[in-house]
Ligand binder design. Structure first.
Ligand code: ATP
Ligand code: MG
Length: 453
């Protein structure tokens, strides 16, 4: 697929960053204008016909070059956000830190950004540009030329511009070569660029997992040292990034990379600590959770962030329960206390909306209620709106070896049974059978350690 590009690169030795683009003409790259959605094409055409410059840019160009389906289309233009929004009937300027225009075209939303320029010290403090004392860009609305815009983008592979009208690709930062070499390379000084926007470290990891690319050495090294900068990111933005990281069908690879680069501890410190204390116990569980999520996404099945976050925070909840259990309180009370504490602390970093944190708690609480099935309890549980998620969570714990198998199977059979059979199954239980934790049976664990009751 990239043969044409390979030929092109053999002929041309491209510099890393250039003020003049290397233009790859139609036919020398694998993109065809037919692949572009009509909405994206219309937005570019309208801007051009009104005398502005406009290109497709970023992930859509990168993905098309790789023969993948773009998730969305981004357009870059020299028109200001106001000019763009005046041009389209269904357009809305969003964002303050980084203004973009959402243009609605039928079912599509095209993101239109104005070419950004370098910030100089004279800009700082002005309405369009602000930097924190640590160098983080708090506002990035200084507009410039397309060449300047290319320098402001995060990675070379994301600084490619495509002109649908003549089907040419404009490469300012050697992105084509890096795509061919399957490398993620920060444009400019990586340390500085991560300081400007620490989310770029998460983006590097996300693309590495999604595309199966490596992070180039100079771009990878600072990530190990600069993870702490994520603390300066607003929790609501981190939540959005987290969903992009884990709900894209590559959660397992992403999870491994987050650990490898030491970023997990800045996102979920309590989970990371639990993992370091007892990897043999929590790692299979989390890997299984990520694998299941990936499988569901690839099979186009629904995935709720409540389940995924519930799994990610479960090791933290388990550790918190262990500490609280010493107080001799009831198991459900202990779990509620632990859950409240873990969610409260997690939300200080990542703003988990209540619409997800509430079901997350219910899924956890169901882990204590699912073993209690005698008489009418089973029927009541199966009618609980959160039952399915709680049951899936139980299967996950069993699959990961956290629990002995058995209870999950009982519930599978119960759901398949008719009313008569269900009655029989629930009546045949002499008393609520507590499912034993495998962990409890490990000799090195204290006999009082109790995971499920
Ligand atoms: P995908 O849409 O597949 O997740 P993408 O690369 O298109 O990947 P977007 O978030 O849609 O990612 O961003 C579009 C483009 O905007 C990027 O390709 C990149 O050029 C630029 N960009 C996005 N976020 C940043 C950032 N934090 N710093 C610099 N440039 C960025
Ligand atoms: Mg995109």
């Amino acid at each position: 697929m990239l043969k044409k590009l390979a030929k092109y690169f053999r002929k041309n030795h491209l510099p890393v960053v250039s003020s003049e683009p290397h233009i790859v003409p139609s036919g020398d790259h694998p993109i065809s204008a037919r692949q572009i959605t009509s909405g994206a094409k219309k937005v570019v055409e309208q801007l051009v016909s009104d005398g502005y410059e406009a290109y497709l840019v970023g992930g859509c160009v990168r993905d098309l070059l790789l023969g993948m389906h773009p998730k969305d289309y981004d357009v870059a233009t020299d028109a200001t956000p106001e000019q763009v929004s005046n041009l389209f009937r269904r357009a809305r300027i969003i964002g303050r830190r980084f203004q973009i225009v959402h243009v609605r075209m039928g079912p599509e939303i095209i993101e239109v950004t104005t070419f950004r320029a370098q910030h100089s010290s004279e800009h700082n403090g002005k309405d369009q540009s602000r930097r924190s004392s640590k160098g983080m860009l708090l506002r990035d609305n200084i507009f410039g030329s397309i060449a300047e815009d290319a320098c402001r983008r995060d990675f070379t592979m994301n600084a490619l511009y495509y002109h649908p009208q003549d089907n040419s690709v404009f490469d300012y930062a050697n992105g084509l070569r890096d795509i061919k070499q399957r490398l993620i390379r920060v444009i400019g000084n990586a340390e500085e660029r991560y300081r400007e926007d620490p989310v770029r470290m998460l983006r590097a990891v996300r693309f590495a997992a999604k595309l199966g690319f490596s992070i180039e050495e100079d771009s990878a090294r600072p990530i190990h040292k600069q993870g702490h900068l994520l603390a300066d990111i607003p929790p609501a933005r981190l939540f959005d990034e987290l969903l992009k990281l884990l709900m894209n069908g590559h959660a397992l690879a992403t999870f491994h990379l987050l650990r490898e680069f030491g970023l997990l501890r800045f996102l979920f410190p309590a989970t990371d600590e639990a993992l370091s204390n007892d990897p043999g116990y929590y790692l299979p569980f989390l890997e299984q959770a990520m694998t299941n999520t990936d499988k569901r996404i690839r099979a186009n099945k629904r995935v709720t962030p409540a389940f995924l976050l519930g799994a990610l925070l479960w090791p933290a909840v388990q550790e918190a329960r262990k500490k609280l259990e010493r107080d001799n309180t009831s198991p459900i009370y202990t779990l509620q206390q632990a859950a409240g504490d873990v969610i409260h602390r997690a939300c200080q970093r990542i703003a988990i909306p209540r619409r997800f944190s509430m079901p997350m708690r219910e899924i956890w609480e169901l882990q204590l209620r699912l073993p209690r099935r005698a008489c009418t309890q089973a029927q009541r549980l199966v009618e609980n709106p959160r039952f399915r998620a709680g049951y899936d969570f139980l299967l996950l714990r069993e699959d990961a070896g956290e629990l002995e198998s058995g209870l999950g199977d009982w519930w599978t059979r119960y759901q398949d049974a008719d009313e008569h059979k269900r009655h029989e199954m629930a009546s045949n239980l002499d008393q609520p059978r507590e499912q034993r934790s495998r962990r409890r049976r490990r000799p090195r664990k204290p006999a009082s350690s109790n995971q499920t009751t």
